[in-house]
Design a binder for this molecule. Structure first.
Ligand code: SAM
Length: 286
């Protein structure tokens, strides 16, 4: 049988593909906890990233009646569409999620994103979603626990870093619960966790130049043991840091998100600083 013919066969469960980060959830308790955390309400527009074999998709459909999913693996498209018939109305978008324009998908009716994400793509997917934050009500994602810990960390924590600041500047980040490897087939090598992200309203974000903000945060954490004065020496003098209301002898790991925003905005208004030079904010967000 060819691959496509096989994937059209009834009850066909394709092998998990490592390069697509496939770890399929099978723990019904965890699946219920995710559906409860999402808690869909009438009128919500739910969009799931990476539905796989439907572990979260079908229970969400049972609860909500309709759902859009974005799946890259062509072998899963037919089984998903077929399997969904008994549960509700499923729109399947067969695409790489990084090429999906969430704002166009929302089309003025903001969406709620859900997904047990492929861990190899988690940072790019998070930053892609943030580019469309104005069209997103909230996000519920399963990620590596270590990544969720960094996303939700505050100043003073050992894991507070670039990822924490870049995400918390745009969203409220709430770690919900941990998930052990045994909840998936095949089990990943690491623990996982579910996180909720709620984009801030635009007026609360208050970043005047996103690229400059990204550069300040990147350099500040580039050498996290250094003082801000030294870590930011390619961008500004210690006097500028002081004028923006921060202590030049503090370290990045002690600085609140709002103070990074204040510093970037001060530099935008008062100094000639080039914005980020093209390195994607999603890279090396540690
Ligand atoms: N939601 C399912 C579950 O919980 O059992 C599957 C989760 S699995 C960790 C990640 C899913 O994302 C897989 O179905 C995989 O094929 C899909 N995927 C991987 N890369 C993708 C991409 N670039 N765009 C869309 N889906 C992708």
């Amino acid at each position: 049988m060819t691959g496509t013919a096989k994937s059209h066969a009834k009850g066909f469960k394709p092998e998990a593909k490592k390069h697509l980060g496939q770890h399929f959830l099978h723990d019904q308790g965890i699946i219920s906890m995710i559906v409860q955390a999402v808690d869909p309400k009438p009128g919500d527009r739910l969009v799931e990233i990476g539905p796989g074999q439907g572990a979260i998709t079908f229970p969400l459909l049972d609860r909500h009646g309709e759902l859009t999913v974005i799946e890259f693996d062509r072998d899963l498209i037919f089984p998903l569409s077929e399997g969904a018939r008994a549960h509700g109305t499923l729109e399947v978008i067969h695409r790489d999620v990084l090429t999906v324009d969430f704002s166009a998908l929302a089309n003025e009716s903001p969406i709620r994103l859900v997904g047990n994400l492929p861990y190899n793509l988690s940072s790019p997917i998070l930053f892609h979603a943030l580019d469309h934050a104005g069209s997103i009500v909230d996000m519920h994602f399963m990620l590596q626990k270590e990544v969720v810990d960094r996303m939700a960390a505050g100043p003073g924590s050992k894991v507070y870093g670039r990822l924490s600041v870049m995400l918390q500047a745009y969203c409220q980040v709430i770690a919900l619960f941990d998930v052990p490897p045994g909840a998936f087939r095949p089990p990943p090598k690491v623990d996982s966790a579910v996180v909720r992200m709620i984009p801030h309203p635009p007026q609360k974000i208050g970043i005047d130049d996103r690229a400059l903000f990204a550069r300040v945060v990147r350099d500040a954490f580039g050498q996290r043991r250094k003082t801000l004065r030294n870590a930011l020496s390619r961008i500004c003098e210690g006097t500028a840091i002081e004028a923006a209301g921060l202590r030049p002898d503090a370290r990045a790991e002690q600085i609140e998100v709002a103070d990074f925003v204040a510093l970037a905005n001060w530099l935008k208004a008062n100094a000639q600083v080039e914005a980020d030079t093209g390195e994607d904010a999603a890279d090396n967000t540690d």
